[in-house]
Design a protein around this ligand. Structure first.
Ligand code: BV8
Ligand code: ZN
Length: 248
């Protein structure tokens, strides 16, 4: 058993409010490339170069080819043991899952009320903002590419938050409430992208016990009470086993 898991299990047993933030690392074991890890580059582009409104304005076909490639890859992936543990925990009162991932694997694992901080690449909206609400589209491959808005015929764009774009105020509001928690777990994120990376600091300031599950130490180490330097797909099932064994 990993050192420190017992301490977290004890706190999880008594915690009324548990908030989890996940990043690309939780989907690594499912075969989804992380952003900064190997495979994060597409052709020679860094995500920050393609995930912007400017890049889309310059070449919407190129940006859509990237999103189509990611959708095609993710469509072949399954949620892993880490997603499944969090899906089970999401059924308990006082639990909130916030994810930076746009891959939809938490939802596919059955997680209740996932807060999609950066949107979903399975949802589209109108680039010309004609008023049509965002819609779900799971077609792989996308055809025609680029896809069009069914209402105005203009370009459609992925319903994700691009660099330089604000987080949806409703999402920020929902997250703010969840930062009043007893324990905050930061799982599989490099904590480089803001404002997502700032949430753990706010939770900590509000009295939460902050935990990081990540094989690497990240930039939020200063706010972390306990770091579990192990992959999520092994640490979370081990933690869950500790929780259920005590109950059994
Ligand atoms: C905004 C959707 C303003 C799109 C994404 C403050 C300081 C510095 C910069 C900024 C700042 N504030 C704002 C900025 C600019 C920018 C930013 O943060 N830039 C960074 C690069 C420095 N932020 C923005 O632009 C944000 N918007 O600020 O708007 C504004 C305000 C009002 C009005 C107008 C404008 C919007 C940012 C959102 C961008 N969109 N995604 C898409 O996906 O296509 S971000 C995207 O990258 C992901 O969603 C995620 O957030 C991020 C990747 O990070 P991670 O998920 O953590 O992945 P990464 O690969 O980095 O790390 C993986 C980790 O997992 C590693 O640590 C690894 O060790 C670990 N790991 C690996 N295997 C495992 C594991 N862990 C556990 N188990 C394993 N098995
Ligand atoms: Zn439209």
């Amino acid at each position: 058993m990993f050192p420190g898991l017992g301490v977290i299990a004890d706190r999880l047993r008594t915690a009324a409010r548990v908030t989890v933030m996940t990043g690309a690392g939780i989907s690594a074991a499912s075969g989804v490339p992380t952003f900064r890890g190997p495979g994060g580059l597409w052709r020679s582009f860094r995500p920050e170069e393609l995930a912007t409104a400017d890049a889309f304005r310059r070449d919407s076909t190129l940006v859509w080819e990237w999103y189509d490639w990611r959708r095609g890859l993710i469509a072949t992936c399954l949620p892993n043991a880490a997603h499944e543990v969090l899906a089970r925990w999401s059924q308990r009162d006082g639990f909130t899952l916030i994810t930076q991932n746009v891959d939809g694997l938490h939802e596919r694992a059955g997680t209740k009320d996932t807060i999609r901080f950066h949107g979903s690449l399975w949802r589209l909206r109108c680039w010309d903002e004609c008023g049509r609400p965002e819609w779900e589209d799971r077609t792989v491959p996308i055809a025609p590419l680029p896809p069009r808005c069914p209402d105005c015929g203009g370009l459609a764009r992925p319903a994700v938050v691009w660099f330089g774009e604000p987080i949806d105020p409703r999402i920020l509001h929902a997250c703010d409430a969840a930062l009043d928690c007893d324990i905050f777990l930061s799982i599989g994120t490099s904590s480089v992208v803001y404002p997502a990376a700032g949430l753990v600091h706010t939770a900590k300031r509000r009295g939460a016990f902050a935990v990081e599950i990540n094989p690497q130490t990240t930039d939020v180490a200063s706010s972390i009470d306990l770091a579990i330097p192990h992959p999520a797909e092994t640490a979370l099932p081990a933690l869950d086993a500790l929780l259920t064994s005590a109950v059994g």
